[in-house]
Write a protein that binds this ligand. Sequence first.
Ligand SMILES: Cc1cc2nc3c(=O)[nH]c(=O)nc-3n(C[C@H](O)[C@H](O)[C@H](O)COP(=O)(O)O)c2cc1C
Length: 477
Amino acid sequence: MTKPISGKIVAQHNSRDSCWIIVHGKVYDVTEFLDGGSKIILKYAGKDATQEYEPIHPPSAIIDNLPPERHLGPVEEGTVEKVEVRITDEEKARLQRVEARPPLSEILNLHDFEAIGRLTMPEKAWAYYSSASDDEITNRENHAAFHRIWFRPRILRDVTNVDWSTTIIGHASTMPIYISATALGKLGHPEGELNLTRAAAKHGIIQMIPTLSSCSFDEIVDAAQPDQVQFFQLYVNKDRAITKRIDMRMAFDAEDPHEIGKSGSDKVDRSRGAAKAITGFIDPGLKWADISWFKSITRMPLILKGVQTWEDALEAYDQNLAGIVLSNHGGRQLDFARSGIEVLVEVVEKFKEKRGITFPNDRFQLLVDGGVRRATDVLKAIALGATAVGIGRPFLYAFSTYGVDGVDHALQILQDEFEMNLRLLGAGTIKDVVPDMVDVSNIRSHLVTVPRDRLYDINYESMQHARLRDTKAKTKL
Ligand SMILES: Cc1cc2nc3c(=O)[nH]c(=O)nc-3n(C[C@H](O)[C@H](O)[C@H](O)COP(=O)(O)O)c2cc1C
């Protein structure tokens, strides 16, 4: 066994010429990672970097990416100078707000998780999770687009028993939703993505594991129940050998489908640091011609995420993919990209026109994400031909403040909303939710609103989010 290295020796390697760091009690020589000047690594040169490293990288990242000769061995216990953690007044105030968070019984909808998360989450986590690109127009449009679709409910139908379960890419799901891939789960909660895995198991829904998870792929798969289905979101590495290795492991570890991620970078303004630090490996050269290579290295169904036009949807169909996710990445890439729900309408129309194909369709499934906060949003997408929708941020907010119980509660809210709204829509099952049940005539209009009717608006008593406990009587959020 390698002899433990004294913290004092490590501390001497604190420069660009020789940079050692400690992560989880092991010493690593990361000098070669400093090419291009990584300020954040240098900040921890010669020190214990575990706290900074942990939320951003899975435990195995450093081991997998650094050649074995750079793994210098364990650090000698008790010799490392403790990095002083100073608790600011702001942080103290935040911790008090965490104590004052309302019980889950007072969280009535997915918006409430966001309202409480904004007040209680660590600043970095809130910035990374809630932010989007440029002016965040697409981020807000994603939800607003659902407001341009109205229901045409049917009456006098027997809805004593309603069933909102479905099948997504051949896998049973208790609801027509799945948990979309979101990076850096440990920024919000020490258990990170495992909160999602456990709640997904409890509710019988599918979790999409991100390439950039904070927990390792193995941890997430190990936390799953034996029959639990998980998807894998793959960012394609510039070094295709690495992508191939990931794929081989997927095939052995999880017998389930995965999807190819978009090749663009996670472009996020309010939290530039985290996004830039983790996306440098993504291949901007990924192209349609590469699809055949993916097919040659895996036997799992492939779904392409990030499709935003009918032309690309048709190309994906022609390349025999199992489906697509109509997604603009939660408004985190190109601002003014249209919402997934709007693109869905165009895709369904054009497939009918060009190929005579209708949806939902088992040979090629349409998934949608972005801005989904209510079961009614989901039902609109289902009526328009989607098989299921992905939800991202609400689950991040839920686990950041309440851990796994928060995600469980969020999923229960959705289950309850499905039951109620299917009845009100006059649909006994998901198959009964058909195009005639929605009026989508305004979906393409991106009107800027007319001046508001102030007298009427002032009389409207606005709904309130959940509130912190001890400030409830005094403050509005
Ligand atoms: C904090 C955050 C991180 C994300 N990370 C990824 C990622 O690593 N890979 C990916 O394919 N999509 C990622 N997404 C996009 C989501 O998969 C999904 O498309 C989006 O969140 C849906 O919008 P919603 O948050 O309004 O539900 C991320 C989204 C957020 C909010």
